[in-house]
Design a protein around this ligand. Structure first.
Ligand SMILES: [Zn+2]
Length: 251
């Protein structure tokens, strides 16, 4: 039985002008990610450990993330640049999170958690975007267990708005940006940040320290909620008060 579901569509805007250079910005947490973390906090406070663990694990997404890639209408000559950009996007986050997550391409027959689709003309509500992600975090409750189910669909553009093929470093920014949403980050307006808009002339190669710290803080909190949920607890005797008051006397 599904008791809770969160979904979100996040957009990457395209930007051609620089002008925010040198502006020191903070990373932002995506509101839907905040809701999931809040749910985990509330449930652990309420003592519903299974549900708390389910929410926290849905943010953590497991250590091995299986990815399926569909190159769509990408010309054969550009597929190398796409796969190079993806490898770079995976590596930037694996490095930032010190190997806490690993991306792997799904083998035939394996169900991918993250589905990536390339297209010459990616649009959202009619607007040209360099990419977008649509993810869902679902908790499936069965008895005492709350199983987290996480899925993400990522759409990435292969041409810029002038119809020119995008190169590997430009597409690496957009792929890394959409993965940033998956880890819980929101868009910022600052050019030069991974979660900022794409400047085609100066794409970003990795998350900056505040973006990394924000994702690490989210993950550390979720890991501590999972640890609390897994901690053994004593079985209290009715009428004997709390454990702290127990004293064992041997006569
Ligand atoms: Zn975005």
């Amino acid at each position: 039985m599904k008791v809770q579901q969160f979904g979100v569509i996040a957009v990457t805007g395209l930007l051609f002008a620089t002008g925010y250079a040198g502006f020191k910005a903070r990373a932002a947490v995506h509101p839907q990610a905040s809701d999931t973390i809040d749910a985990a906090r509330r449930q652990i406070a309420n003592g519903d450990k299974a549900q708390a663990k389910g929410y926290a694990e849905s943010m953590l997404m497991g250590q091995r993330l299986l990815v399926a890639v569909d190159y769509g209408d990408t010309p054969a000559s550009q597929i190398g640049a796409c796969s190079e950009s993806l490898a770079g996007a995976f590596e930037m986050w694996e490095t930032a999170l010190h190997g806490d997550v690993k991306f792997a391409l799904a083998k035939p027959g394996e169900e991918a958690t993250i589905k990536i689709r390339y297209g010459k003309d990616v649009r959202l509500d009619g607007s040209i975007v360099s990419g977008y992600i649509n993810w869902s975090r679902t908790i499936e409750r069965q008895g005492n267990q709350a199983t987290p189910i996480f899925n993400a669909d990522i759409h990435l553009r292969t041409t810029d708005p002038n119809g020119k093929q995008m190169n590997a470093v430009q597409m690496r920014h957009t792929a890394g940006h959409e993965l940033g949403h998956m880890f819980g980050l929101d868009d910022v307006n600052t050019v030069g940040m991974l979660m900022g808009p794409l400047d085609l002339r100066r794409p970003v190669s990795k998350p900056n320290p505040t973006e990394i710290e924000t994702v690490q803080a989210i993950r550390e909190e979720c890991e501590s909620i999972v640890a609390k949920a897994d901690a053994p607890h004593g079985h209290h005797f009715l009428g004997y008060g709390s454990c702290d008051e127990h004293e064992h006397h041997h006569h």
